[in-house]
Design a protein around this ligand. Structure first.
Ligand code: DX5
Ligand code: ZN
Length: 217
C-alpha cells in the first residue's frame, strides 16, 4: 500500500473544545480521526465511550478510527459501530475469542484491526491476517499520550510489513505512539502506512503546518 494516512489522536486535543479541535484537524488535512478508548482496567487510564463517537460523527465524513484499549470488547464494539465508527481495533489479550471478535466488527460493516503491544508476539497474526483489514503496531505501551517512541518497535513494523506482503492481501499497517516529524520517515521506511499522532499534532501551533510536514517527510 503506497498511500500514507495521518490519524490525529484526539487524546491530546483540548477536551473543552473537542468538536472544534476535530474540525480543525480535518481542515488541516487529517485522513481519519483516531479515538483512544481506555477503560481503567486493560490500561490504567479512562477516556471516551460511544457517546463521544456519536457526538463527533456529524462533524466529519472522514473515518472514525476507534482504538479499543479495554476488556471485554464485544459490547463496546456493537455500541461504537452503532454510533458511526468505521474502523475498530482491539488487543488480542483483551478478548477470549479473537476470530469471533474480528467477525463481529466486520458484521457491523466496520474494518477490523488487531493491535500488537510492544511485547505482543507477531504470531497473533498467523491465523488472523487472512481476515483483518489493519494491523496496529504500538510504538509505546498503551495508556497515555505523549510517551517516547520505542525504537525497537521498528523491527516489528518491518516484520509485519513482510507478513502482509506475503499474505498478498491489502492490509493497512498503522503505527501508534510517540510519532512526530523527526521519526515519521523511519516509521514509513520500516513499512508503516498509517501514522497516529496525538501530542505532536495537537501540541503544535498550526495543525495544517505540522500535518503537512509529517506528510512531506
Ligand atoms: C496510546 C494511544 C495513542 C496515543 C498517541 O495508548 O493509543 O494513540 O494517543 O499519542 P502520542 O502521539 O502523543 O504518543
Ligand atoms: Zn491509539
Amino acid at each position: 500500500m503506497s498511500t500514507y494516512r495521518i490519524a490525529p489522536s484526539i487524546l491530546s486535543a483540548d477536551f473543552t473544545r473537542l468538536g472544534e479541535e476535530v474540525v480543525s484537524v480535518v481542515q488541516a488535512g487529517a485522513d481519519m480521526i483516531h479515538i483512544d478508548v481506555m477503560d481503567n482496567h486493560y490500561v490504567p487510564n479512562l477516556t471516551f465511550g460511544p457517546l463521544v463517537c456519536k457526538a463527533l460523527r456529524p462533524l466529519t465524513a472522514l473515518p472514525l478510527d476507534v482504538h479499543l484499549m479495554a476488556t471485554p470488547v464485544d459490547d463496546l464494539i456493537k455500541n461504537f459501530a452503532r454510533e458511526g465508527a468505521n474502523i475498530i481495533s482491539f488487543h488480542p489479550e483483551a478478548t477470549d475469542h479473537v476470530d469471533r471478535t474480528i467477525q463481529l466488527i466486520q458484521d457491523f460493516g466496520c474494518q477490523a484491526g488487531l493491535v500488537l503491544n510492544p511485547s505482543t508476539p507477531v504470531n497473533h497474526l498467523d491465523w488472523t491476517l487472512e481476515k483483518i483489514d489493519m494491523v496496529l503496531v504500538m510504538s509505546v505501551n498503551p495508556g497515555f499520550g505523549g510517551q517516547q517512541f520505542l525504537e525497537g518497535t521498528l523491527d516489528k513494523v518491518k516484520l509485519v510489513r513482510e507478513m502482509i506482503r506475503k499474505s498478498g492481501r491489502e492490509v493497512a499497517l498503522q503505527v501508534d505512539g510517540g510519532i512526530n516529524v523527526e521519526n515519521i520517515r523511519s516509521v514509513a521506511s520500516a513499512g508503516g502506512d498509517t501514522f497516529v499522532a496525538g501530542s505532536a499534532i495537537f501540541g503544535a501551533n498550526s495543525y495544517s503546518q505540522i500535518i503537512g510536514e509529517m506528510r512531506e517527510r
